[in-house]
Design a protein around this ligand. Structure first.
Ligand code: C2E
Ligand code: MG
Ligand code: MG
Ligand code: MG
Length: 280
């Protein structure tokens, strides 16, 4: 047992702890290198209109195509990237990549929307507004087709500052969505203070709908959205029953494995081709 206390007592070498620190250092270096090495990819999950289930937009979701570990989801690297201060750069890359792709899709499918997630450090970055404006200019994506998502917990850290930054973003013509809506209920009284357009109803509410009282909870969350004039998008719809219940509750849009999983850009292009072939 190593002794942390006591003067002059050296910590005994702990191989397990050393290996852990070593692994973390390797992962940090790996992550710093990955962006330059072009190892990140953006996948896109369809957002459908519940009436007819037509794909009306996508959410951009980052993946790390690791040379040894394969395709990694955000849960495997995003927190570390944020703590290393890499998110403004990684997030900027995702935004530009996704806007460039969405500009192509909207030429083929007018009005096609793009949702992109923002992290806490991106929201706190004073260059964010200029960066979003520059990316929209460079890629030619109409601002009205971009929806920037941030979680309640991020938005509510500093309500006044968030309201200012979101207001500046909205003056560019983009819209704002509150992600994982309903999971931070303490914030309800502050909701009216934020210039938000869309709420992404958290998947926990969608998945609880089939339990007793679950439907009324989902209904209550949708009612709150309506009260604040926010367009609801249900997240994590995994089966037809959830979809039809949401339809009954007049939720217009949804996203989830029941409709489609996140996919590479090429697959989404193919999906849009099939969709427009069907409607012509
Ligand atoms: P999110 O923004 O709430 O995104 C929705 C997550 O739910 C995605 O996980 C998506 O793959 C997953 N999902 C979609 N449909 C279903 C379903 O039917 N059932 C279940 N169980 N899950 C479903 P993913 O891609 O692993 O992303 C996790 C989180 O990582 C995102 O949650 C978002 O907060 C964050 N994230 C992803 N990409 C980015 C990014 O580019 N920047 C930032 N800042 N955060 C990102
Ligand atoms: Mg999101
Ligand atoms: Mg979400
Ligand atoms: Mg989430």
């Amino acid at each position: 047992q190593a002794k942390a206390d006591g003067k002059g007592v050296a910590r005994r070498f702990d191989p397990a702890q050393f290996a852990e620190a070593e692994a973390r250092r390797r992962e940090e270096n790996d992550l710093r290198r990955a962006l330059d090495a072009g190892e990140f990819e953006v996948h896109y999950q369809p957002i459908v209109h519940l009436n007819g289930e037509r794909t009306v937009g996508v959410e951009a979701l980052v993946r790390w195509n690791h040379p040894e570990r394969g395709l990694l989801p955000p849960a495997a690297f995003l927190d570390l990237a944020e703590s290393l201060g890499l998110l403004p750069r990684l997030g900027g890359w995702v935004l530009e990549q996704a806007c460039r792709q969405a500009a192509i899709w909207q030429a083929q499918e007018p009005g096609f929307e793009l949702n992109v997630n923002l992290s806490a450090s991106q929201l706190g970055n004073p260059d964010l507004i200029d960066e979003v404006r520059d990316i929209l200019d460079r890629t030619g994506l109409p601002p009205s087709l971009l929806v920037l998502e941030l979680t309640e917990s991020v938005a509510l850290v500093d309500l006044i500052e968030s309201a200012r930054v979101l207001g500046a973003l909205k003056s560019l013509g983009v819209r704002i969505a509150l992600d994982d809506f309903g999971t931070g209920f303490s914030s309800l009284s502050h909701l009216g203070a934020l210039p938000v357009d869309v709420v992404k109803i958290d998947k926990s509410f969608v998945q609880a709908m089939q339990e007793s009282n679950g439907a009324s909870v989902a209904e209550a969350v949708l009612q709150i959205a309506r009260t604040f004039n926010l367009a609801p998008v249900a997240e994590g719809v995994e089966d037809a029953e959830q979809a039809s219940r949401l339809r009954e509750l007049n939720c217009a849009q949804a996203q989830g494995y029941h409709f489609a999983k996140p996919m590479p850009a090429g697959d989404l292009t193919a999906l849009l081709h099939r969709q427009s072939a069907l409607s012509n």
